[in-house]
Design a protein around this ligand. Structure first.
Ligand code: SF4
Ligand code: SF4
Length: 273
């Protein structure tokens, strides 16, 4: 029988990320991760509308799924600072992408193993490249799942801003275990502009002006990610799927924290910790 008093999933992911950092020759790219859960219910019915028309349902992955687990592994400041300079991503940004994909895979597997010990099956999807390349929409969108679970809120840059910011990576899985809801984001909005303040720094930082008045031009962004892998000499030894940029997440007010939390005139959302 599953008991969450000792928070075994949170303890596992924190340990897994800390161990990966210890083993890493340069001390790793990661800060303390966050993990949220959500009961699978009618809230997930909105996915085809807000994410992609052919977005998968949790039951498509696992017919007996009862809960979603979604986690965020934030990057360290030195990595994000290093990626701020110039119009192209730095080599470390590409390396961290590859290594974080591997870490996300290991974390998902480790979480599934813990749940398996309690007798619950789980189903995983890859951290990335699970999308329709024509429509450029994910059929399993970690971002939209993070939104539903209350791990974060969307920023103007189309990234999820969590209590630890937006510069990092998301992973998710579904499981038969009943884990309940554990919203983590402290405010209704976590982007300054969406909270009615001035900002827009992420949009100004985009080297290909992918943010237009009428929305986000996915194709411009995607073309740039592919171009970076194809054109940058110091990416030539990396896998062909190293599609990175990250300029809109580099040293922004929302890179490391939810900037709306410190606004005096913005109400906080009460939630259990
Ligand atoms: S940089 Fe500013 S406008 Fe862009 S997502 Fe962050 S808080 Fe919002
Ligand atoms: S990842 Fe790069 S190209 Fe894409 S929106 Fe952000 S800044 Fe623009």
């Amino acid at each position: 029988m599953w008991k969450n008093e000792e928070r075994p999933l949170e303890r596992f992911i924190e340990g897994a990320v800390a161990e990966a950092a210890e083993r890493h020759p340069r001390g790793g790219w990661w800060r303390k991760p966050l993990l949220a859960t959500a009961t699978i219910d009618e809230r997930f019915d909105i996915l085809p509308k807000i994410a992609a028309p052919d977005h998968l349902k949790p039951s498509d992955l696992l017919p007996t799924a009862r809960s979603l687990i979604v986690f965020f592994i934030p990057f360290v400041e030195s990595l994000i600072k290093g990626n701020k300079k110039g119009e192209r991503p730095c080599r470390d940004w590409g390396l961290s992408y590859i290594e974080t994909n591997e870490l996300i895979g290991n974390v998902c597997k480790g979480l599934a193993d813990i749940l398996e010990d309690y007798g619950y099956s789980s189903a995983l999807t890859p951290a990335t490249h699970n999308f329709n390349e024509e429509k450029l929409m994910a059929r399993w969108s970690h971002k939209h799942l993070a939104y539903i679970a209350g791990l974060g809120r969307f920023g103007m840059h189309n990234l999820i801003i969590t209590p630890m910011g937006c510069a990092g990576r998301l992973g998710s899985l579904v499981t038969e275990a009943e884990l309940g809801d554990s919203r983590l984001i402290e405010t209704e909005e976590a982007c300054l502009m969406k909270a009615g303040k001035s900002c827009g720094k992420c949009m100004a930082a985009c080297p290909v002006s992918a943010f237009k008045d009428d929305g986000f031009e996915r194709r411009r962004c995607w073309d740039r990610l592919k171009e970076n892998r194809a054109d940058i000499p110091y990416f030539s030894d990396m896998p062909i799927s190293t599609h990175v940029c990250g300029k809109c997440a580099a040293m922004m007010p929302c890179s490391f924290k939810n900037p709306v939390l410190s606004l005096k005139d913005h109400p906080k959302v009460h939630h259990e910790q």
